[in-house]
Design a protein around this ligand. Structure first.
Ligand code: SAH
Ligand code: SF4
Length: 339
C-alpha cells in the first residue's frame, strides 16, 4: 500500500493507534502533499521511530517510471509506470506556454472495448487504487517543481474508464482537492466517460464542481454501436437523458467528444443529426481528428472536412472546437495509450 491510498482522517486514526499525537498525521500530510517529499528520509520533522514505522508500511513511490518519451516539439511528454504488481499504465503531460495539463489513467487497460482506442484494444487488466491515481499527479508535480512549473489542469482521459472505477477515481480527486494538502481546485479537473448513464446520474447528484466530458462520437445508434460496444447496453437516448439530468441538476455545461473518422462520422449529415440530438442542452462539442492505432484501420478526417463539420454544428447553435492532435509521434494522443 502507498501513502497516497490514505485520506487524512484514516492517517490520523493510524498514528493515534500507534500512540503518536494526531498532529503527526497533519505533518505527514503536509510533507506528502505540500512539500512533495519523495522519500521518508525527507520527513525530518517526524521522530525517527514514526518515520521508520511509516516507511515499513507505506511506500511514497508506488509507481516506477520505466520509460519516458518526449514529442519532437518538446511540448508533450509521456511516462510509462510499472505498478507494484507489475501492471503498467501511462500518464501524459502537455504544455501550452506556462500551462500544463496532465492526462491521468484510472485503470490498467479498459473493459469498454472501443474499437478505435489502443487501451480498449488491449482489454481490461484491473482498476487502479485511489493512491495509484493520486501518485501519477504527485510524480509530475515533483518533476514540474524542479522546472518551476505547476500543474494547471488534470484530465482523467488516460487509460481506462473512470466511471467503471467510480469510487477510487472520486476518492483520488477528493484527496488532491483537500485544501490542507495538495489543494487542486475541483474546477480544474475534467473527467471523461464513455457514457455510463447510472454513473452520470450519480455524479450529477453529488453536485461536484469537476467538469464532465462524454465520448459521443456518433449521432445514431448503429454507427455508435459499431464504434463503442457499450452503446448496445446504453444507447444514445439513455446517455443523453442522463446528460440532460446532469445539466438540470448542476447547471454545468457538458463537453461532448467526437473523434472525427473519415467517411464514418464526419459528414455534414452527421453534424446535423448531432445538432438535433443536442438541441437545448448546455454543451460544447470537442472534435478531434482520429489518432492512429494499430488495431483500427479508420483514417483521420482532413482539416477541411473537420471545419465543415464544425461549421454545420455552429450554424445549428452548437459550439464546437476542432482540437489539434498532440503527441502523435510518441503515441501519447487520445486513445493511443497501451502497453
Ligand atoms: N474512457 C474514457 C476516457 C479515456 S479516453 C472515455 O472513453 O471517455 C479519452 C478520449 O479519447 C475519449 O473521448 C475517447 O473516445 C477518445 N479516443 C479514444 N481513442 C481515440 C483515437 N484513436 N483518436 C482520438 N480520440 C480517441
Ligand atoms: Fe476505454 Fe475510453 Fe478507450 Fe473506450 S475510449 S476503450 S472507454 S479508454
Amino acid at each position: 500500500m502507498s501513502i497516497y491510498d490514505l485520506d487524512l482522517s484514516s492517517l490520523e486514526e493510524l498514528v493515534t493507534s500507534w500512540d503518536a499525537p494526531a498532529y503527526r498525521a497533519k505533518q505527514i500530510w503536509e510533507g506528502v502533499y505540500q512539500h512533495l517529499y519523495a522519500s521518508w528520509d525527507e520527513f525530518t520533522n517526524l521522530p525517527t521511530s514514526l518515520r521508520v514505522r511509516m516507511a515499513s508500511e507505506f511506500s511514497v513511490e508506488p509507481l516506477e517510471p520505466v520509460a519516458r518519451l518526449e514529442s519532437s516539439d518538446g511540448q508533450t511528454q509521456k511516462t510509462a509506470f510499472r505498478l507494484e504488481d507489475g501492471q503498467q499504465i501511462e500518464t501524459v503531460a502537455m504544455r501550452y506556454a506556462r500551462r500544463v495539463t496532465l492526462c491521468i489513467s484510472s485503470q490498467a487497460g479498459c473493459a469498454m472495448g472501443c474499437v478505435f482506442c489502443a487501451t480498449g484494444q488491449m482489454g481490461f487488466r484491473r482498476h487502479l487504487s485511489s493512491g495509484e491515481i493520486v501518485a501519477q499527479v504527485l510524480h509530475f508535480a515533483r518533476e514540474l517543481k524542479l522546472k518551476e512549473l505547476k500543474l494547471t489542469n488534470i484530465v482523467v482521459m488516460g487509460m481506462g474508464e473512470p466511471f467503471h472505477n467510480y469510487g477510487n477515481t472520486m476518492q483520488a480527486i477528493d484527496r488532491l482537492n483537500d485544501r490542507a494538502g495538495f489543494g487542486f481546485g475541483a474546477r480544474r479537473f475534467t473527467i471523461s466517460t464513455v457514457g455510463l448513464p447510472d454513473m452520470i446520474r450519480r455524479f450529477a447528484d453529488e453536485k461536484r464542481q469537476v467538469n464532465l466530458a462524454i465520448s459521443l462520437h456518433a449521432a445514431d445508434d448503429k454507427t455508435r454501436s459499431s464504434m463503442l460496444p457499450v452503446n448496445r447496453k446504453y444507447d444514445l437516448e439513455q446517455v443523453l437523458a442522463a446528460c440532460k439530468y446532469y445539466v438540470a441538476q448542476t447547471g454545468r455545461r457538458i463537453t461532448f467528444e467526437w473523434a472525427l473518422i473519415d467517411g464514418l462520422n464526419d459528414s455534414v449529415e452527421q453534424a446535423r443529426a448531432l445538432a438535433a440530438r443536442l438541441r437545448g442542452l448546455l454543451c460544447h462539442v470537442n472534435a478531434i481528428p482520429l489518432n492512429p492505432t494499430t488495431g483500427y484501420s479508420g483514417k483521420a478526417t482532413s482539416r477541411e472536412r473537420a471545419l465543415l463539420f464544425k461549421n454545420e454544428l455552429e450554424r445549428a447553435g452548437i459550439p464546437c472546437t476542432v482540437r489539434l492532435r498532440r503527441g502523435i509521434d510518441i503515441a501519447a494522443g487520445c486513445g493511443q495509450l497501451a502497453v
